[in-house]
Design a binder for this molecule. Structure first.
Ligand code: C2E
Ligand code: MG
Ligand code: MG
Ligand code: MG
Length: 282
């Protein structure tokens, strides 16, 4: 491919750049094409209701299998695309693809909520709410079909503009969620004024619950805090049956983690869902 080669040439011609810098430049040079030729795709991970195990949601997580680098961690390439000022393009692609998947599930009778991750920079973009409204309209999906996850650290960078956009997204009827909760330093007063409906406890507090009393105390009080604020509380990183049972006993609303399923391609997610619902019926 000519375009790709010429990018590569320019990159290698500059002297003194380390390997890491070259890798970032290459990722940036390749990402638009990767969207088109399906090197980049979404995987889906179930979110399972604690009290009603048949209440299922899903989180869409981006994956890139690069022809020379192999699997690239999403946190790595999202950072590259953010710093290149292109994140809005990627986010819109993700929202569209995840919504189309939600549509397929809804038309098969699975009225689940599909969660999509936003970057902090997305909230500075005033036309995002309208973009989402149009997609829902086009696909004839209700706003309950979508949830937007925003990391706690993104919310802390909050500006008047991002708060206004969060309110506009909320007014469309979308569920908003605070992701990676516990890793930032947001204050109660900050959280109280946000139009969010879900709080996701970061997996670093959940993964070692079985053996770590301190983590159990933190998770327990976070569940209480969430409920005090009227939020549904989700735990991510649920890896064992013991962790699941403890979280259910302590009032957590939704569970997500390898115990149920890793993030998997759409076809495998459909398969998982059928099997899971069949099992919980019998
Ligand atoms: P996140 O939104 O907090 O997603 C949860 C991460 O935890 C995912 O990592 C998921 O694979 C992993 N995970 C889930 N259950 C378990 C478990 O039981 N054990 C362990 N060890 N890990 C578990 P992943 O897919 O590598 O994504 C990392 C982060 O990249 C995400 O964290 C999110 O912040 C970001 N990301 C992923 N897709 C997108 C996207 O489409 N747009 C944006 N802006 N960010 C994304
Ligand atoms: Mg997330
Ligand atoms: Mg998270
Ligand atoms: Mg995370």
């Amino acid at each position: 491919n000519k375009a790709r080669q010429s990018h590569l040439f320019i990159v290698q011609y500059e002297a003194g750049w380390d390997e890491d810098h070259l890798r970032r430049l290459q990722l940036f040079a390749d990402f638009k094409e990767a969207l088109i030729n399906e090197e980049i795709c979404l995987h889906y991970q179930p979110k399972v209701g604690a009290s009603d195990g048949s209440k299922i949601g899903a989180e869409a997580l981006i994956r890139w299998m690069h022809p020379t680098f192999g699997f690239v961690n999403p946190e790595e390439f999202i950072a590259v695309i953010e710093s290149a000022g292109q994140i809005s393009l990627l986010t819109r692609w993700v929202i569209r693809a995840a919504s189309m998947q939600a549509k397929q599930l809804w038309s098969q009778g699975h009225q689940l909520r599909m969660s999509v991750n936003l970057s902090a920079l997305d909230l500075l973009e005033d036309d995002l709410p309208d973009f989402i409204r149009k997609i829902l309209q086009e696909l004839e999906l209700p706003p309950e079909a979508l949830c937007l996850e925003i990391t706690e650290s993104a919310i802390m960078q909050e500006t008047e503009r991002s708060l206004a956009n969060l309110n506009r997204l909320h007014n469309l009827g979308l569920m908003l969620s605070i992701d990676d909760y516990g890793t930032g330093y947001s204050s109660l007063s900050q959280m109280k004024q946000l139009p969010v409906g879900e709080l996701k406890i970061d997996k670093s507090f959940v993964m070692d619950l079985d053996s770590n009393e301190e983590d159990r105390q933190i998770v327990k009080s976070t569940i209480e805090l969430g409920h005090t604020l009227g939020l549904k509380v989700t735990a991510e990183g649920v890896e064992t049956e013991l962790t699941r049972d403890w979280l259910i006993a302590n009032g957590c609303d939704t569970l997500q983690g390898y115990f149920y399923s890793k993030p998997v391609p759409a076809r495998d997610f459909h398969h998982w869902l059928e099997q899971y619902l069949q099992r919980s019926e019998s």
